[in-house]
Design a protein around this ligand. Structure first.
Ligand SMILES: NC(=O)c1ccc[n+]([C@@H]2O[C@H](COP(=O)([O-])OP(=O)(O)OC[C@H]3O[C@@H](n4cnc5c(N)ncnc54)[C@H](OP(=O)(O)O)[C@@H]3O)[C@@H](O)[C@H]2O)c1
Length: 275
């Protein structure tokens, strides 16, 4: 193994979560997901982000359980999809996910979008958390007003909010709110689905360090306490995307990337999901 990625962030319940991992949204069911997860583990990744929606929990589970890396050294996240957002629906969906993963616990379990009866769903997550079958629980795509409502009712506060986050969509107010309430931020679409390679400022910064715009973007997240889970189904990219632990951005670089924010969203706005 060329390197080991062991940089961890401590969540609000004390659990250590790798700051860097593999996303598998739209990684095809079957051999494509099996290969991607295997290559990632071989490359040193120690976190995989899946979801019931992605249809590939079984493949993720198969490779994580394969013994390539001890199960306890791999951080597995899954999510309950919107059709199961109710107390009973989420309890059943969790059992189905665990069955597909073939695991007796998941490291992090998230509500995928703040729609339907997500409050009932949170009660189910709290119950699951208390059994130890999810080591941490959290949410995804929650805006500040959703988080305020959740914090009002929660007996267990969310450990993570996974949101669309990249140089063009930084949501500084939501970030500050999460930081102030000890909720870790995970970035989805961190490399703007590959489009960061078209951003001149990121390429210029990369040239100084012999790195690509993808590396610069992921390193910016590492240095600013945002967990990141870039997706690739290609071996070379999976290896390459992880080469972010051998250089450091300057304060000026960080400022220049912060200045790229233009509130440009790729995915749905959480207040208009499904419309
Ligand atoms: N919670 C949510 O609602 C939500 C929504 C979306 C995503 N997510 C999670 O976040 C993860 C990451 O987000 P994402 O997959 O949407 O977007 P992303 O990671 O920003 O981008 C993935 C895309 O970039 C390409 N890519 C990867 N590495 C590259 C490189 N070095 N050079 C050029 N292109 C590269 C990939 O293509 P190849 O695969 O062909 O290499 C893929 O098309 C997902 O996989 C999923 O786990 C969560």
């Amino acid at each position: 193994m060329a390197f080991t990625i062991d940089s961890m962030l401590t969540l609000n319940n004390g659990l250590e979560m790798p700051r860097f991992g593999l996303g598998v949204f739209r990684t095809e069911v079957g051999i494509e997901t099996e290969n991607a997860v295997r290559w990632a583990l071989e490359a040193g990744y120690r976190a995989v982000d899946t979801a019931a929606l992605y249809g590939n929990e079984a493949e993720v589970g198969k490779i994580v359980r394969s013994g390539l890396v001890p199960r306890e050294n791999v951080f597995v996240t899954s999510k309950v999809w919107v059709n199961n957002l109710s107390y009973e629906g989420t309890k059943a969906a969790f059992e189905d996910s665990m069955e597909r993963l073939g695991m007796d616990y998941v490291d992090l379990y998230l509500i995928h979008w703040p729609v339907n009866d997500w409050q009932g769903s949170w009660r189910a997550l709290e119950e699951i958390y208390r059994t130890g079958r999810a080591k941490a629980i959290g949410v995804s795509n929650f805006l500040q007003h959703h988080l305020e409502a959740l914090l009002d009712m929660a007996e267990v506060p969310p450990a993570v909010n996974q949101i669309e986050y990249h140089p063009y969509l930084q949501q500084p107010d939501l970030r500050t709110f999460c930081r102030d309430h000890n909720i870790a931020l995970t970035a989805w679409a961190p490399i703007m689905k590959g489009r960061v390679l078209d951003v001149p400022v990121l390429n210029e910064i990369g040239e100084k360090y012999g790195k690509t715009a993808v590396h610069v973007t992921l390193r910016w997240m590492l240095q600013t306490d945002v967990i990141t889970i870039p997706k690739s189904a290609h071996k070379e990219r999976i290896y390459s995307n992880a080469e972010i632990f051998d250089f450091e951005l300057s304060d000026d670089d960080i400022e220049a990337i912060n200045a790229l924010d233009c509130n440009d969203r790729i995915g749905p706005h959480p207040d208009h999901f499904g419309e």
